[in-house]
Design a protein around this ligand. Structure first.
Ligand SMILES: NC(=O)c1ccc[n+]([C@@H]2O[C@H](COP(=O)([O-])OP(=O)(O)OC[C@H]3O[C@@H](n4cnc5c(N)ncnc54)[C@H](O)[C@@H]3O)[C@@H](O)[C@H]2O)c1
Length: 415
């Protein structure tokens, strides 16, 4: 089947590009389409546009062999894979405008018998909306062959790769394949069988959409539970990390770790897509979001308490990324806490430390009381050491370096 497959990828970002490359190197003819002309030009030359270990050599191979081409113009194919952004709007409703504009560009290319697969993380029933939009533009086509019209198959196939391990996990992870119809699931399964060695689990489209959101909401709720325990433990004067470690010795208990809040573009975003689809019944999911979003304020209060008795306090903020050992600052509570502290504790000097970036992030650049610092120097100068991210570098900081400082350790690294 892979030899006869011609797959058009719509969106060549963190998800679309690695997937297109892996498919192309498994013998599938792949064409990538992106609205970003400069990204397309670089991809055409075999140059990577995102940081992902192993991608560069595989991209070169796919382009050199002619299996992967790219352009800004939509083309025909027998399968389409959509991997465009799905941010949320101010009211936490999912913004489907990128998906709808992908639908509008695909619609004129369809001849009948193609499979259109949505990979973007999406609120429930988005695949149906995508199908409705395409069929609105192409009333000569159908999803089920009604009135003898040619059929277009629609499916939802979510992505769960770990950035940094994408090239391995794309092949090894199990995948959920949700068809609008059983035949659509079968057709989408053929596409993923071309490169995926994990299990291919067929279901319907709405279950598949919810499965993706459920995975990230499960983690968000579990982290909220840990964060709530951290507030209660603080009041009781006990160590939350010891508490969780002890509780996790129960064979059926697995509590995640507390921290300064939850960031990034998945766990802090996806639960809202469930909440917005059924506000009345999503009480725990919503509360978990609120608990995790409230944790930064609690951390800020702790630092405020510590600095109020110091004339010209120096605060070392260790870590700005949204999780350990990466340079990604999107939706990062650590960055937001640092910015908030520098903004309202005007008499303080804030030493911002992030070993995975080379300069002060834009969000902090115009703040006169913030300096970009290296961690050993920052700790030496600080009155208050605020640990925000458990980067490997910080694990080796000796207890002696922290002697005489007020330590606010949001990750339990130095307990
Ligand atoms: N990055 C991850 O780790 C990850 C993991 C799982 C799921 N997802 C989901 O996958 C989807 C894509 O995420 P991403 O990280 O790849 O985003 P991204 O921003 O890296 O890439 C999206 C690409 O789509 C292009 N694009 C936008 N509108 C377009 C259109 N109409 N036609 C063609 N191209 C268009 C953009 O120019 C961009 O290159 C999102 O829904 C995201 O939530 C991401």
């Amino acid at each position: 089947m892979s030899n006869s497959l011609e797959v058009v990828f719509v969106g060549l970002g963190y998800i679309g590009l690695p997937t297109a490359v892996v498919m192309a190197n498994h013998g599938v003819r792949v064409h990538g389409v992106d609205v970003n002309a400069s990204a397309v030009e670089r991809i055409q030359r075999g140059e990577v546009t995102i940081v992902e270990p192993g991608l560069e050599e595989q991209l070169k191979k796919a382009v050199d062999s002619g299996q992967l081409t790219a352009s800004t113009e939509m083309q025909q194919g027998n399968a389409f894979v959509i991997a465009v952004p799905t941010p949320f709007k101010d009211d936490y409703e999912g913004d489907l405008s990128y998906i709808m504009s992908a639908a509008e560009s695909i619609a004129p290319q369809l001849r009948g018998d193609e499979v259109v697969i949505l990979e973007s993380t999406s609120p429930p029933k988005t695949t149906q909306k995508l199908a409705d939009r395409i069929l609105e533009l192409r009333p000569d086509l159908s999803v089920d062959g009604a009135d003898d019209k040619p059929v277009i198959h629609f499916a939802y196939c979510p992505e769960r790769i770990l950035p940094g391990k994408a090239m391995e996990e794309l092949i090894s992870n199990d995948r959920i394949i949700g068809g609008r119809t059983p035949e659509a699931a079968r057709r989408a399964t053929e596409v993923y069988a071309s490169f995926c060695e994990g299990e291919l689990l067929a279901t319907d489209d709405v279950t598949a959409e919810m499965a993706k959101l459920t995975e990230n909401s499960f983690r968000d709720v579990n982290i909220a539970f840990a964060n709530e325990l951290s507030l209660i433990s603080d009041k009781l004067g006990i160590d939350v990390w010891e508490l969780i470690e002890l509780a996790n010795h129960h064979p059926r208990v697995n509590i995640l770790q507390p921290g300064p809040g939850v960031g990034g573009h998945c766990i802090a975003v996806d639960p809202w897509f469930i909440v917005s689809s059924d506000r009345e019944n999503s009480k725990i999911i919503r509360t978990a979001r609120e608990v995790n979003d409230g944790k930064p304020k609690w951390v800020i209060n702790k630092v405020d308490e510590a600095v109020k008795i110091i004339d010209s306090p120096v605060i070392a903020a260790l870590g700005l990324a949204f999780k350990p050992n990466i340079d990604d600052l999107r939706e990062s509570p650590a960055l937001n806490i640092t910015k908030d502290l520098a903004g309202h504790v005007e008499h303080a000097t804030v030493l911002a430390v992030e070993p995975n970036v080379s300069e002060l992030p834009k969000a902090l650049q115009n703040m006169s009381n913030v300096e970009f610092a290296e961690y050993a120097d920052a700790i030496e100068r600080a009155d208050v050491v605020l640990l925000l991210v458990d980067h490997d570098e910080f694990k080796t900081i000796p207890a002696a370096a922290l002697k005489g400082k007020t330590v606010v350790d949001t990750k339990g690294l130095w307990r």
